[in-house]
Write a protein that binds this ligand. Structure first.
Ligand SMILES: *[C@@H]1O[C@H](CO)[C@@H](O)[C@H](O)[C@H]1NC(C)=O
Ligand SMILES: *[C@@H]1O[C@H](CO)[C@@H](O)[C@H](O)[C@H]1NC(C)=O
Ligand SMILES: *[C@@H]1O[C@H](CO)[C@@H](O)[C@H](O)[C@H]1NC(C)=O
Length: 385
């Protein structure tokens, strides 16, 4: 009896929500013809692999059955978003081989920050394709593809090019900032980091505004995830002092910095909404979605979030996923676990396909968004709540 009324209440609530939702946004979906994405390894679908060294095995094993330029055993959140919108998986702008850009392009590269930094990929793994460069690449992409499209003599030579009129109807997505925080955590005190965050967020807002000036109208902006919950960070805290870690083993001070970034990002999005009233901005609380998954790992069918599927990390020996190293004179190969679908973390930094799928499922319907509108309707201007 109790179960039945609880269930009925659930149905009522979702009915009310769906009616409210339709009222608020009108019922027609946006039918985005393309996605343009900007970001770091959380959404890199082959940029770094094309520019530098290709990602090696066992990455890609679950879904692509071979390395596919992604830091995961399979698909990323952006892949599941594309699938949800019935669009093909995004090709990297930097990938010149066999690519179609008809339905968008991906400018994200692993290691990228919002802020340009004076370090080298070969020394620190820092991507030279910081957000400002990704935006320059987008400008070049747009003008050159539009020009080629206009002058194409044959229908077939237009096939892999975006339709110029689609740029204003496309969905523009962002997932960047984690590396700005990660790098700063190593070189600054939390107080210093707090002081530079507004400037970092301003640069993201400037990038968004630039795209707007060039005709973009729908923006879907992920905040940054719980960096203190990445197992690779936690390995630095073998025997932590009390109060360093939260109940899920996440480093509290690091997550606090991510939250600070997110607070500033949310205010920036609200400000953009006021400044650019004919654009639609969705702020997506990816932090909350990831943290919910990490905090409910068992209930959601995963092993404890501190475990990683691929990589060998013990005491002071670290062998990263897919690498070999000699430990105590014997060779250790860091291969993947038996069943990646049980793990949240793929390699200590990146999420598994199963976790990305879970996160994507929970964000596409708008339940972690402001305004709380499904991604299929994100082109309709909503009010901040
Ligand atoms: C960047 O690196 C170069 C070469 O190491 C150095 O000459 C230059 O001063 C650096 N610039 C900044 C802004 O740190
Ligand atoms: C290497 O040796 C150390 C110290 O004897 C030991 O704790 C560790 O488990 C060994 N690692 C491997 C992979 O054998
Ligand atoms: C959104 O989707 C998730 C995952 O399927 C579900 O648990 C949640 O209840 C949905 N929320 C809304 C508001 O529809």
């Amino acid at each position: 009896m109790r179960v039945v009324s609880f269930f009925a209440a659930g149905i009522l609530v979702s009915w009310v929500l769906s009616v409210l939702g339709e009222e608020m946004m009108g019922s027609s979906p946006c039918n985005f013809p393309a996605i343009y994405n900007f970001g770091d390894s959380n959404s890199d679908t082959g940029g770094n692999s094309a520019a530098f060294y290709p990602a090696g095995p066992p990455s890609g094993e679950t879904f692509f059955h071979q390395p596919a330029g992604r830091g995961s055993d399979g698909r990323l959140i952006i892949d599941f978003i594309a699938k949800h919108l019935r669009l093909p998986y995004l090709s990297a702008y930097l990938d010149s081989i066999g690519t179609s850009y008809r339905h968008g392009a991906n400018f994200a590269t692993g290691g990228a920050r919002i802020r340009r930094f004076n370090t080298s990929f070969f020394v620190t793994g820092e991507s030279p394709f910081s957000l400002d460069i990704q935006i320059v690449q987008f400008d070049q992409f747009k003008s050159r593809t539009s020009n080629l499209y206009k002058h194409a003599k044959k229908h077939s030579s237009r096939r892999n090019l975006p339709r110029p009129e689609d740029f204003s109807k496309a969905l523009y997505t962002f997932d960047i900032g984690q590396n700005d925080i990660a790098a700063s955590l190593q070189t600054m005190s939390n107080e210093q980091l707090k002081a530079v965050i507004p400037g970092i967020v301003d640069q993201l807002a400037t990038a968004v505004e630039h795209l707007y000036q060039n005709g973009a109208r729908t923006f879907w902006i992920h905040n940054t995830g719980p960096i203190g919950c990445l197992p690779v960070t936690q390995h630095h805290y073998h025997r932590p002092m009390p109060g360093i870690l939260d109940q899920h083993g996440c480093v509290i001070a690091q997550n606090d910095m991510a939250k600070e970034f997110n607070r500033k990002l949310k205010s920036a999005v609200i400000k953009l909404r006021e400044q650019l009233p004919d654009a639609a901005f969705t702020y997506v609380d990816v932090f909350a979605a990831k943290y919910k998954l990490i905090g409910n790992a068992k209930k959601q069918g995963f092993v404890d979030a501190r475990n990683i599927c691929c990589g060998y990390h013990e005491d002071d020996s670290h062998v990263y996923c897919g690498n070999k190293a000699k430990i105590n004179g014997s060779e250790v190969y860091a291969g993947s676990c038996e069943d990646p679908s049980l793990y949240i973390s793929w390699d200590g930094v990146h999420y598994t396909e199963a976790a990305n799928h879970w996160i994507a499922n929970h964000i596409v319907n708008g339940s972690f968004s402001d305004p709380p509108v499904p991604i299929t309707h994100a082109c309709h201007k909503g009010q901040s709540v």
